[in-house]
Design a protein around this ligand. Structure first.
Ligand SMILES: O=C(O)CC[C@@H]1NC(=O)NC1=O
Ligand SMILES: [Fe+3]
Length: 406
């Protein structure tokens, strides 16, 4: 008797990415996945499939495809207006960052373009970037605000992020990043702007627009003391925090974020042993962003050995933003995580699956295991390392989201 609603995927090389699996990547050579009601009902070797599951109403032959959990891009600034290609060209023609900033370039150039874009235009521009990421197997994504810098404009960007998830059928987790830069109307008054950021939070929270709160803790951003004020406001609303930390200097951001139980600290090129230890003790994820490292031509890589020593889970993300990482390829980040930061391919894949899920406080995905969401991707590849090895080649064959072929 056919078991209604039960789907069976067979003839697959299943990389579960489960922690403590018997094989690297949790790889099951001749594997099978049973799916029911959008969840994984069973996963394992085909020859061990329980008889009760062998009567699936629908069977899919994966034809030997590699199957991984759906990819998770856990750090993006995907919603923004305009682009910064002219700055890119000016820099290559010898202009300095300072000259560009004085000419009104940098983050504030994107703030102007984002404020000038109406919601529909912002949605359309951002949807193209999201579709590019989804074309490479992304099924969950984090989208930050941070180019509005006023309550109305930050709300506009976060609404667009929410709408993108609904329209594209992917999970979007939003992060309020009002503390990204000081807007022109607060020029020279950073403390007053931090007050304004703290006042925005309750309104955004009441509208259900923010799932977490972030800040840019850096010499050219906000100090640890200013960051602490934003985090206090987040904590008062029970909103989890994450932090752009130690990107360009050791600003003591990671230790501060860890003291708030941060979901993640991101960038981390200048992370100290103290910060890594604090993150390990707090369970914060290290989100590594090789796109910004590469685009800014940085030379100091994040301390991977320290992160391993303190057992800090590592994730990888695109940091998709117009200024330092105009990139919509998570597959390229896999390669850069290995080639530039020297992660192993298994660490890199864990970084866009289970550890990325953890950076977003999502415990229902990121691994192929019974009870978790049936978000997975079939790849024209035989070994998981191929996904980190090739550049500019997209081996995605099929994406499945909650058991339905996307
Ligand atoms: O240049 C931009 O538009 C964003 C830069 C981006 N934001 C941040 O906090 N760190 C970065 O690299
Ligand atoms: Fe970022």
């Amino acid at each position: 008797m056919r078991t209604e609603g039960l789907q069976l995927w067979t003839n697959a090389r299943v990389a579960t990415l489960a922690v403590g699996a018997a094989t690297p990547y949790g790889l099951i050579e001749d594997g099978a996945l049973a799916v029911q009601d959008g969840r994984i009902a069973w996963v394992g070797a085909r020859k061990e499939l329980p008889l009760a599951l062998d009567d699936a109403a629908v069977e899919h032959d994966a034809q030997g495809a590699l199957v991984t959990p759906g990819l998770i891009d856990c750090h993006t600034h995907l919603v923004y207006g305009g682009d910064r290609a002219a700055e890119f060209e000016a820099r290559l023609n010898g202009a300095s960052y300072e000259e560009i900033a004085r000419a009104g370039g940098g983050i504030l150039a994107t703030v102007r373009a984002t404020r000038a874009a109406d919601e529909e235009s912002l949605f359309a521009q951002s949807r193209r970037r999201l579709r590019a990421l989804c074309d490479e197997g992304v099924t969950t994504i984090e989208i930050k605000s941070g180019y509005g810098l006023s309550l109305a404009e930050e709300a506009k960007c976060l609404r667009v992020a929410r709408r993108l998830g609904a329209s594209e059928g992917v999970t979007v987790r939003t992060t309020f990043l009002g503390a990204h830069a000081v807007p022109p109307e607060f020029d020279g008054r950073p403390e007053d702007y931090v007050d304004a950021v703290c006042r925005m939070l309750p309104a955004l929270h009441a509208q259900g627009l923010a799932d977490a709160v972030d800040a840019f803790c850096e010499r050219i951003g906000f100090s640890a003391a200013q960051t602490r004020r934003v985090f206090d406001a987040a904590q008062a609303l029970d909103l989890p925090v994450k932090l752009h930390a130690e990107q360009l200097s050791d600003s003591q951001g990671a230790a501060l974020a860890a003291s708030f139980g941060a979901l993640s600290c991101d960038h981390l090129e200048w992370l100290s042993d103290t910060g890594a230890r604090a993150m390990g003790q707090a369970g914060s994820v290290a989100v590594l962003l090789p796109g910004a490292f590469y685009f800014l031509r940085e030379t100091r890589v994040p301390p991977i050995a320290l992160l391993r020593e303190h057992r800090v889970p590592m994730a990888l993300a695109t940091d998709c933003n117009p200024g330092t990482s105009p990139c919509t390829s998570l597959l390229l980040m896999l390669n850069m995580g290995c080639t530039l930061f020297r992660l192993t391919p298994e660490e890199a894949l864990a970084g866009v699956t289970r550890n990325a899920a953890r950076a977003l406080a999502l415990d229902d995905r990121g691994v192929l295991a019974p009870g978790l969401r049936a978000d997975f991707v079939l790849w024209d590849a035989r070994h998981p390392a191929e996904l980190c090895y090739a550049v500019g080649f997209n081996p995605r064959r099929t994406t499945v989201i909650e058991g339905r072929i996307a």
